[in-house]
Design a protein around this ligand. Structure first.
Ligand code: PLP
Length: 380
């Protein structure tokens, strides 16, 4: 059995990130500044986005996108219960109503047919989540959005970098929100990015920094002036140059990171498929997943223990795992406010009950993967 605990998703950082952060610390400029601007440009180039705004989190990016689109009280926003709470919380933050619809069983992404069925005269937007890094059925969802004049917002917290029908996620003009939280494919400890149409990005930039004009950060530099105007009461959602320093170096490694993630996925596949105890994550022919997660689903009747016991048995063998996600509709706030029952979204509920995410990060050695597999074999 493995001697030390194998953490589920530690950050993958090297001397390059450390040196770039130290450079910022020594430079005299530690908050939003030249490195944040460069990170926005290089990120936009990487995902082929028309514009990008670096922010303090993906939650901030999603919130700002809804505010910039004037979504508020009386409006409805359709989204998935199979996500992290933040995707739904931002709809509550703007005073709109989250309308949840169920997922497709193969990818666990939102079901376009159910999106279409949930549209009402109040619907203003759809927030999709590319679960685990696998793109949603974007063409089908875009068709519904075009037909009903809805804004399509993408929660791309898992999907850096991913492709749908050859197109990079984030390359469209609609708002796409990325997370650079400590566990994500690219990390700045905390951080996020909003991509999309330059006019929307400009507006989001104003909302994200006190409601000041976009380049307010310059006012403390030689180029700037002390005078500023406030056009709206904005948020404090800007990214710092210390975060951007990490981001710039992480971005250079994305190719290597994705390649290693794919290798690990293949190792898991070869080892776990023959056990016939789990449904393994899929990758559709027209998509390239960012492989943020490797969520396995325990087949009914395959094990004599429950999913929760399986997680405990893995922990006992020094392997960290997680569950993505506890469906949002089962949380107290949403149950009490909207009267949701577990079975209101039967696919999301059923799948969540048998899900376990295995460790998947570029720092895993082949030996680490063997340890995970050995633990699973032992339990099975
Ligand atoms: C991590 C995550 C978020 C939140 O990201 P933050 O940067 O921590 O705000 C949102 N949605 C999904 C699907 C996530 O996994």
């Amino acid at each position: 059995m493995r001697k030390e605990f194998l953490p589920f998703s530690p950050p993958y950082l090297g001397e390059e990130e450390i040196a770039e952060v130290v450079d910022s610390l020594r430079s005299g400029w530690i908050t939003t500044g030249p490195k944040t601007k460069r990170f926005e440009q290089e990120f936009a180039d990487f995902v082929q986005a028309p514009g990008a705004l670096a922010l303090s989190s993906c939650t901030a990016a999603l919130h700002t996108a809804l505010v910039a689109a004037n979504i508020g009280p009386g409006d409805e926003v359709i989204t998935t219960p199979m996500t992290f709470t933040a995707t739904v919380a931002v709809i509550e933050h703007v005073g709109a109503k989250p309308v949840l619809v169920d997922i497709q069983p193969d990818t666990m992404n939102i079901d376009p047919v159910q999106v279409a069925a949930a549209v009402t005269v109040r619907t203003k937007a759809v927030i999709v989540v590319h679960y685990g890094g696998h793109p949603c059925d974007l063409d089908a969802i875009q068709t519904v959005c075009t037909e009903h004049d809805l804004l399509l917002v993408e929660d791309a917290a898992h999907s850096l970098p991913a492709k749908y029908k050859g197109r990079m996620i984030g390359s469209g003009s609609n708002p796409v929100a990325y997370s650079f939280y400590a566990t994500k494919n690219l990390t700045t400890a905390e951080g996020g990015m909003l991509t999309g149409d330059p006019a929307m990005i400009e507006k989001a930039g104003v909302y994200s920094l006190h409601g000041m004009n976009r380049d307010a950060w310059k006012r403390n530099s030689q180029a700037g002036s002390w005078r500023y105007d406030i056009v709206t009461p904005g948020f404090k959602y800007n990214m710092t140059d210390i975060q951007a320093a990490m981001g710039l170096q992480q971005l250079k490694k994305m190719g290597t990171i994705l390649k290693r993630r794919r290798e690990i996925v293949e190792l898991y596949r070869q080892a776990l498929a023959p056990l016939e105890a789990f449904d393994l994550p899929v990758e559709r022919d027209d998509c390239q997943s960012a492989w943020h997660l490797f969520p396995i689903r325990i087949r009914e009747g395959a094990l004599k223990i429950s999913r929760d016991e399986f997680i405990e048995e893995m922990r006992a063998r020094n392997i960290g795992t997680s569950v993505h996600f506890i469906p949002v509709h089962t949380f107290t706030y949403y149950r009490e406010k909207y009267g949701f029952k577990d079975q209101d979204f039967p696919v999301a509920f059923r799948e969540s009950e048998r899900l376990v995410s295995l460790p998947l990060h570029p720092g895993l050695s082949d030996g680490d993967v063997e340890d995970v597999v050995a633990a699973i074999r032992d339990i099975v």
